[in-house]
Design a protein around this ligand. Structure first.
Ligand SMILES: C[S@@+](CC[C@H](N)C(=O)[O-])C[C@H]1O[C@@H](n2cnc3c(N)ncnc32)[C@H](O)[C@@H]1O
Length: 201
């Protein structure tokens, strides 16, 4: 029986197709903010086109990258092979994902809001649990106040309360923390919190 793709995966698949055709592999502002913190063994959850995974690997990181979007994953795998970079990339549906090992840095930008509340909150805990002592977590997600909802499945999305994102990381050293709002079509807005913290060694 065919399983229907999550709406976000179909939405981003179409966007990534255009970017691949245009060779548009620019880091977005959140990825720029995250890059200096990604070294050693790095996990990128919801890597999309993998621009950040690629940039981290180019700086010497050993990167594992997961996303459910097959065209993005295939394109990243091709680029990794062509450039000889250390990126291990797989198509994975990350809803309900739990770590079986740990990494020096775990990046999760723009993924968790595409899950229903319980899965989004469990996803935050999975990011936390995937980080080694002394390692770094990078989390970015849409928060309350976002009014652009077109990319969401109405039955499966969650806008975090701004303070909620830091809760599983209590006791960690906060390295960066900000809320940003961006205009979107039809007078809508997108509001994000980016939170970067180091687990005690
Ligand atoms: C906003 S994009 C972010 C991509 C990348 N992290 C970036 O910053 O450009 C959201 C990503 O989440 C992925 N995604 C959404 N739902 C997913 C799921 N259930 N499992 C795995 N990936 C998913 C999409 O395919 C897309 O690549």
């Amino acid at each position: 029986m065919a399983t229907e793709k999550p709406r976000a995966v179909a939405f981003f698949g179409a966007q990534f197709e255009r970017q691949i055709a245009a060779h548009d592999y620019q880091l977005n502002p959140f990825e720029e903010r995250a890059l200096p913190f990604l070294s050693g063994d790095v996990l990128d959850l919801g890597c999309g086109l993998g621009n950040l995974a690629f940039a981290a690997a180019a700086r010497g990181a050993h990167v594992t990258a997961y996303d459910a979007c097959e065209n993005a994953v295939e394109d990243l795998a091709d680029r990794a092979i062509a450039s000889g970079l250390d990126i291990w990339v797989r198509a994975v549906d990350l809803k309900g994902w739990r770590p079986e090992e740990t990494w020096d840095a775990v990046n999760c930008i723009g993924l968790l809001m595409f899950f229903a509340r319980e899965d989004a909150l469990a996803g935050l805990e999975a990011v936390r649990d995937a980080v080694r002592p002394g390692g770094v977590a990078v989390v970015n997600a849409m928060i309350e106040g976002t009014t652009l909802l077109a990319m969401f499945d109405p039955d499966a999305y969650y806008l975090f309360a701004p303070e909620e994102i830091a809760v599983p990381f209590a006791g960690w050293e906060v390295l960066d923390d900000c809320v940003e709002e961006f205009p979107a079509p039809d007078d809508k807005v997108k509001r994000f919190r980016t939170f970067i913290a180091r687990r005690p060694a």
